[in-house]
Design a protein around this ligand. Structure first.
Ligand code: NAP
Length: 252
């Protein structure tokens, strides 16, 4: 198992891609903390139960990842309950679709706060702790195909996701010499609640799938498998990289 003996924290992991990553990590031997902005609805606890049923330790931890106090307290709780954290996956994200001429300051700020500033913030708080303990670690950032592909109504979301590439390589340049590798996975079209509006419309769904070489929507675990590779020693000479896991969408 690739992640035996490791502890991971996955943000936004109560459902969707975050849950898929958490499940693959647990199958690969990791203990996994499940963060989400709301852990009262039962979804986060369900993931925790699933991981524990596979013999791994797990906990749910509430935090808005764009709030510094919340992030500090999230890491404090996880470190206390599960011990040191070896892997951070910055997965939590939000997407809204709003025409460029209509978008408000508030809409721009919320999306860029959660999708760009939060991965920077979580990484900084995480790295400070890891370095203070003299340990090695790994960060996996979750970007988007929209770092490379234009979809309408995303003049706030797409720049934030493209910037994740720069965040990845710049953080890598500063942190890898200190023992923390940083890489990024850009998902394509993945079947989650975020894309349910595509999945529910047969016409839109077939037009999107027709553009994907593999011929299907991705599953959250497709992202989990690549994130596990980046988080494991199998990729120990890989850092600062961003990879598209999109079934061949951007290159078709
Ligand atoms: P999702 O189904 O909407 O799940 C995202 C999770 O993150 C939700 O549980 C959400 O909680 C949580 N979250 C949102 N804001 C948060 C915050 N401030 N702090 C903590 N948790 C927060 O989305 P997904 O499809 O799994 O997407 C996961 C990541 O992949 C995102 O970064 C997204 O941009 C990226 N991505 C997805 C796709 C795709 O096709 N699905 C494609 C490219 C990139 P609430 O629902 O309670 O707000």
């Amino acid at each position: 198992m690739k992640l035996e003996g490791k502890t991971a924290l996955v943000t936004g992991a109560a459902r969707g891609i975050g849950r898929g990553i958490a499940e693959v990590f647990a199958e690969q031997g990791a203990d996994v903390a499940i963060n989400d902005i709301d852990i009262t609805g039962g979804a986060a606890d369900d993931v925790v139960r699933w991981i524990r049923s596979r013999g791994r330790r797990s906990m749910a931890v509430q935090a808005d990842v764009s709030d510094r106090n919340g992030v500090e307290s999230m890491f404090e709780k996880v470190w206390k309950e599960l011990g040191h954290v070896d892997i951070l996956v910055n997965n939590a994200g939000i997407e809204t679709i709003i025409p460029f001429l209509e978008i408000t300051d508030e809409q721009w700020t919320r999306v860029t706060d959660v999708d760009l500033r939060a991965p920077w913030l979580c990484s900084q708080v995480f790295c400070r702790r890891v370095i203070a303990e003299g340990r090695k670690a790994n960060i996996v950032n979750i970007g988007s195909i929209q770092a490379a592909k234009i979809l309408p109504g995303r003049t706030h979301y797409a720049p934030a996701k493209l910037a994740i590439e720069a965040l990845t390589r710049n953080t890598s340049a500063e942190m890898t010499p200190l023992g923390i590798r940083v890489n990024c996975v850009h998902p394509g079209f993945i079947a989650t609640d975020m894309t349910s509006w595509i999945q529910k419309d047969p016409d839109i769904l077939s037009s999107v799938v027709a553009q994907i070489s593999v011929g299907r929507a991705g599953e959250p675990r497709d992202i989990g498998k690549v994130a596990a590779f980046f988080a494991s020693d199998e990729s120990d000479y890989v850092t600062g990289q961003s990879i598209h896991v999109d079934g061949g969408w951007i290159f078709k």
